[in-house]
Ligand binder design. Sequence first.
Ligand code: KG4
Ligand code: ZN
Length: 344
Amino acid sequence: MSTYTLGVETSCDETSAAVVQDGATILSNIISSQIDSHKVFGGVVPEIASRKHLANVLPVIQEALSQAGMTIADIDQIAVTCGPGLVGALLVGVTTAKAIAYARKLPLIPVNHIEGHIFANMLGRATIPAPFLCLTVSGGHTDLLLVEKPGEYLHLGGTRDDAAGECLDKVARVLGLGYPGGPEIERAAASGNPEAFDFPMVLSGHKTFDFSFSGLKTAAINLINHYRQRGQAIPVSDLAAAFQKAVIDQLIDRTDKALREYSPAALLLSGGVAANGLLRQEIVRLAEHHGIAHYIPEQALCTDNAAMIAAAGYHRSLMPGFSPADLTLNAYPELPIYGLKPIL
Ligand code: KG4
Ligand code: ZN
């Protein structure tokens, strides 16, 4: 018999609900984006995000059920993102999921947003060989995790300052491109020369799997200001191409190093920045070079969505020792992944 999981995601600027069968088959995945409301401010405004989630969460859940051809009576369990993220935004999803779980007597599964991104890779697939290395790159996180088996994570490295997506967003804003900046940088870079500027490769050759992007960001912004101060036209496409390459080169350098050190069975990519064409291409190339399998979610499942939360919730519910949350479940803005161990 199949298990139908209703996923709810409200950690940042997308209100999303999904119905997923057995953690793998998407029956619906409704995403109501707030991007237009935040665009004018050049970034996510937390209070606006919370208000929009509040207005959208029930219609989005209703739409997810109706697109799956179901009613709430057909749902077996509810998975909800409880962190990390914006506290007011998270609270909307958590409170809604708690209310539905209480009213319908359904098990409530708390999901870590980052684990959700990793499990986006399980959608449409039976299984992934373990141990695997996962590079998670989003607007808030840049992490290299060695996954012994789902639920057991060794944290090899993370960013020491800005996340890669955050950096792309900030440089795009200074360049006068739109929000979110990652796709805008990618679009501008398509007609640019990645060799036009020489950005440094940060932390390469150091004894670490950590990343650092703030120096790269400052170098790019200084360059842009330099053109502005001289009254010269900014070579937007070349700058976008060279900056995008510098960010990706660093991601690939650390991932390559981890593959050489740990020889996992597969390489996974996840998080919003995984939608980037060049990064996807480079990850495939790297996995092929190491002779291992690679898994990358389809583009629409890289950025925030509730199908990945339902998938992660389903798999979490099968892990030994799991018990559903009760009504004391809260929102946890800094939530670390459960089962995460540092490398040292
Ligand atoms: O995972 P996500 O949707 O939200 C967070 O959990 O942060 O990731 C959003 C990030 C933003 O920084 C956005 O600019 C970036 O993912 N992003 C991209 C692309 N699409 C989204 N970065 C580079 N290229 C893209 N095509
Ligand atoms: Zn995300």
